[in-house]
Design a protein around this ligand. Structure first.
Ligand SMILES: [Zn+2]
Ligand SMILES: [Zn+2]
Ligand SMILES: [Zn+2]
Length: 364
């Protein structure tokens, strides 16, 4: 466990400080680029002078509970920068073990252990943290020896596709159900990878109609993936790799086997009933095509009632309203009215603005 904290993490105060607050009842994207891009980023760091290439994971607040999904590279840094703290984490979910999904799992475990040690020694007031770890079977089994050794087994579970986690009383008390489904990604090294359907309802009222967020995670397009994500309110699709055949629709195989790519995302966004369709985890080997490809998807789908939005670190939407946070004011905006501003240079930052901040109509 020692060594998982970088010096930067050691510098973070163990007790939560007054600072920027994470918003309530929202989904925050902290994911930058897919796992092959951080390596590119190191090479081009001087040119772009920008850390936003790196990142991993999503943070969800639901009635004061914090859910971390896939804490990849720099997740903890990005989380701290937004005002997050280990005491805000209640559940950690990992869909598979690639570094852009699980790299910072060790850091989170280490921060929890350090925090609980200080509580135990009476150095900070508070209760020890009992974070629930729901890990895909491969990550779970790999973590048993070291990573999870300090965590009571009650708080660790394998995330098995098609198993239902709504019977887990703690989750239901939080107002949450998680339904993992199988993905087709890295069958040799990670045969048990999953995507997620997450259902949110008022805590203590499991019979209420839930708000559902589907996360494809990394996967080729399968009928199972289409079925699992067909009935979600919001869908987060991992775009990942593409090529000219894929973009031009002349891919002889039509579907990538391990990634959605352009054709997979297009088919998924076309078939799901979700009104908010977010394209995340882009791969950068053909440059920064996030903005252009999202515009092309909008044109091809021809569904102005569906918001198609490329994900940048910091993209935030409310649950259940799906309103996007404007990055120029404190307001939020209906996702179909948001203006997505293209990055000023390749691999720069995409921004999200409400009409009022662009001199248009005021907030609805
Ligand atoms: Zn990935
Ligand atoms: Zn992956
Ligand atoms: Zn605004």
């Amino acid at each position: 466990m020692e060594g998982y904290c970088t010096p930067a993490h050691r510098g973070v105060p163990v007790a939560p400080a007054a600072g920027p607050m994470l918003p309530d009842n929202c989904f925050i994207n902290l994911k930058g680029w897919s796992s092959n891009v951080p390596l590119v980023a190191e090479v081009y760091r001087d040119r772009f002078g920008n850390k936003s290439l790196l990142g991993g994971g999503y943070f969800i607040d639901w009635h004061g509970r914090g859910i971390v999904v896939d804490p990849g590279i720099n997740f903890v840094d990005n989380f701290h920068r937004l005002g997050g703290h280990i005491t805000r984490v209640d559940i950690v979910v990992v869909t598979h073990g690639h570094i852009d999904h699980a790299h910072d799992l060790g850091t989170i475990l280490d921060l929890q252990r350090e925090y609980n040690k200080l509580v135990g020694e009476g150095k900070i007031a508070g209760r020890p943290l009992n974070i629930i770890y729901l890990l895909d079977r491969d990550t779970y089994l790999r973590g048993q020896d070291q990573l999870l050794a300090h965590i009571p087994t009650d708080f660790q579970r394998e995330l098995i596709a098609n198993d239902r986690y709504d019977e887990h009383r703690i989750l239901e008390g939080f107002g949450l159900r998680i339904k993992p489904f199988p993905t087709a990604h890295d069958e040799r090294a990670m045969p048990n990878s999953v995507g997620l359907v997450m259902e949110f309802f008022p805590p203590g009222d499991p019979a209420a109609a839930p708000f559902t967020i589907g996360i494809s995670s990394d996967t080729g397009l399968t009928d199972g993936v289409l079925g699992a994500l067909g009935d979600c309110d919001a869908v987060v699709a991992h775009f990942n790799k593409t090529n000219a055949h894929d973009l031009l629709g002349t891919d002889p195989d039509r579907r990538h086997r391990h990634h959605l790519g352009y054709m997979g995302v297009r088919e998924l966004f076309r078939s799901t009933r979700a009104g908010l369709c977010i394209a995340a985890e882009w791969s950068g080997e053909h440059g920064d095509i996030r903005f252009q490809v999202s515009e092309l998807l909008k044109l091809e789908l021809g569904r102005p009632d569906k918001a198609i939005i490329p994900a940048e670190i910091g993209l935030t939407f409310s649950i259940p309203g799906m309103r996007i946070s404007c990055q120029a004011c404190q307001g939020t905006v209906d996702p179909v009215d948001v203006t997505v501003a293209r990055p000023q240079r390749p691999f720069g930052r995409i921004m999200y603005y409400c009409p009022a901040c662009l001199g248009g109509t005021p907030h609805r």
